[in-house]
Write a protein that binds this ligand. Structure first.
Ligand code: SF4
Ligand code: SF4
Length: 170
């Protein structure tokens, strides 16, 4: 189902410090780690928001939860779909073909190799990775659930709709 009320994490670039607090908070939250144990045990974080540095300043890359999402259209196994005002990924269904990653105009989907147990053995599988608005934290899309928004020291991040985004840039 497509909805016109999808929201996504928007970063006000005039406020963003490029400190990567959002990136770290996202990785820790999804891997159920705290910063101390992640550093102590050398866990590699897999954030769904990435901070890049450009001549114009920091830029964050994360899913826009497009209403007309190209990733949803190209996925051959329907691992990506619209649900509850966002674009959802079923990691179990994903076959790691990378079509979504190529189709996303924002470069917001990465595919990484993940180890999982199958018949008691660890096997490596390619799986897509994208922003899920931290929905599993409280079961609803809200700014309170989003680890990145909550971690930003200068409150540069909020959830907005595509229409609100258009209004901002026009
Ligand atoms: S992953 Fe890319 S194409 Fe898919 S909904 Fe997010 S921004 Fe749109
Ligand atoms: S990598 Fe996974 S989610 Fe992406 S298009 Fe392929 S099967 Fe679908």
């Amino acid at each position: 189902m497509t909805t016109s009320e999808n929201r996504f994490v928007h970063v006000d670039s005039s406020k963003c410090l490029g400190c990567r607090s959002c990136e770290i908070a996202c990785g820790l939250s999804h891997q159920d780690l705290d910063l101390f144990s992640a550093a102590l045990h050398g866990h590699k974080l897999e954030p769904r928001i990435v901070v890049k540095h450009s001549e114009q300043g920091p830029i964050t890359v994360q899913c826009r939860h497009c209403e007309d999402a190209p990733c949803v259209q190209v996925c051959p196994v329907n691992a990506l779909y619209h649900q509850a005002g966002m674009v959802t990924l079923s990691e179990e269904t994903c076959i790691g073909c990378r079509l979504c990653s190529k189709a996303c105009p924002f470069g917001a989907i990465r595919v990484r190799v993940k180890s999982q147990l199958e018949g008691g053995k660890a096997v490596n599988k390619a799986k897509a990775l994208k922003c899920d608005l931290c929905i599993s934290r409280i079961g609803a899309v809200s700014e309170e659930a989003c680890a990145c928004i909550q971690s930003c020291p200068v409150k540069a991040m909020k959830l907005i709709t595509a229409a609100e985004y258009q209004h901002k840039i026009c």
